[in-house]
Design a protein around this ligand. Structure first.
Ligand SMILES: [Zn+2]
Length: 353
């Protein structure tokens, strides 16, 4: 009798465990993006097409790693600015590191969002329309090449993901310390998740950004577009001056793996920043002149209000402008190559909470 009861209980426990395990590890479904179909447990690399207009078209190289188990879809986007290399190199490495059989959910790796900018080694812009891809979201299928890239990314990547990370670094001309943007939307649930993401990414300096548009037709930024479409998103910055240094690449990879752990896509616990420095206010100072810029301070240095952080000369060598710190704070980035054009950013200063 006892053994019968025991047997019955054991069978019951077995069925219960099998059911809970099967719901916990439900197998995944096919993932579709562009013309690409990726079955569960497989990875595929291919291109998204950006249709031709006025003789100009491009394509976006990506990899989809579709886990064998059900889970969330995390999109990682590099190369929105084509001269920002560490995030681009990090995603190619990550592609080799992730085993689809050990993955829950789906990773979408956009390797180089702005391929024309990358190929021509252009900072900020796309060489065919001289627009900044990270200012033209949500894009326009009938617009210029940057607007059409943005539209394809919105339709194919943002709309299909649950969460996204827009990976940047100092551009080819920018000396920049690692930092992230936590974009506060006012939607409590989204802001809570994006805050966890930014802490899991592991970079100490975090800008609290309340300045982004709440209008989806004018979302401008990739990350902001995600947030306005209810996809928690963060923007990260790791790398500087067109370098391909190991430290900046590894920082990107570690951050991504930690966020994947946060969403239970891979085994392990996320490593949250233990001592975040929240930057409550920040200001970007733009040039009023064309010419040459001479920095007098360095990335990561503290400046005091009114301190001269650099000056601009014209092409004949005459000083045209001295740039002052608008308030005391840390130099998050500063231009570190001579060319400067009117209207372009020169430095960003942030004030900690
Ligand atoms: Zn960038």
């Amino acid at each position: 009798m006892v053994s019968k009861v025991f047997k019955g209980a054991a069978i019951g426990l077995f069925i219960f465990l099998s059911l809970s395990l099967s719901s916990l590890y439900a197998s995944n479904k096919d993932f579709f993006i562009g013309n690409i179909k990726v079955p569960p447990g497989e990875a595929k690399s291919d291109y998204l097409s950006v249709p031709e207009k006025d003789g100009i078209s491009t394509r976006i190289p990506l990899t989809v790693i579709n886990g064998s188990r059900e889970g969330r879809v995390l999109a990682l986007i590099a190369g929105v600015h084509g001269y920002e290399y560490p995030p681009i190199l990090a995603l190619y490495r990550l592609k080799k590191m992730i085993d689809p059989a050990a993955l829950s959910g789906t990773l979408v790796l956009v390797h180089i969002a702005n391929l024309p900018g990358f190929q021509k080694r252009i900072i900020y812009y796309n060489p065919y329309d001289w627009k900044n891809l990270n200012r033209v979201f949500p894009g326009d299928p009938d617009g210029t090449i940057s607007q059409r890239i943005a539209f394809v990314l919105k339709e194919e990547v943002i709309d299909r993901c649950d969460y996204l990370i827009d990976l940047h670094c100092g551009d080819g001309n920018e000396a920049l310390i690692p930092y992230c943007y936590w974009m506060v939307s006012g939607n409590e649930e989204i802001d809570r998740i994006s805050k966890e993401m930014v802490l899991a990414f592991g970079i100490k300096h975090i800008i609290i950004d309340r300045t982004r548009s709440k209008d989806i037709t004018n979302s401008k930024y990739l990350g902001n577009t995600g947030i306005l479409l209810s996809k928690p998103a963060i923007t990260t910055e790791s790398g500087y001056l067109g370098k391909t240094d190991e430290e900046s690449i590894v920082r990107n990879i570690k951050g991504i793996l930690s966020v994947m752990k946060l969403f239970k896509m891979i085994e392990g616990e996320p490593e949250f920043v233990s001592d975040p420095i929240w930057i409550e206010s920040y200001k970007v100072i733009y040039s009023k002149h064309d010419g040459l810029f001479y920095p007098l301070t360095k990335m990561g240095y503290h400046v005091v209000e009114g301190e001269t952080v650099g000056f601009i000369t014209d092409f004949l060598g005459n000083v045209k402008e001295k740039l002052k710190a608008p308030f005391s704070g840390i130099i998050l980035y500063i231009i570190n190559t001579p060319p400067i054009s009117k209207g372009e950013p020169i430095f960003e200063v942030g004030k900690a909470k």
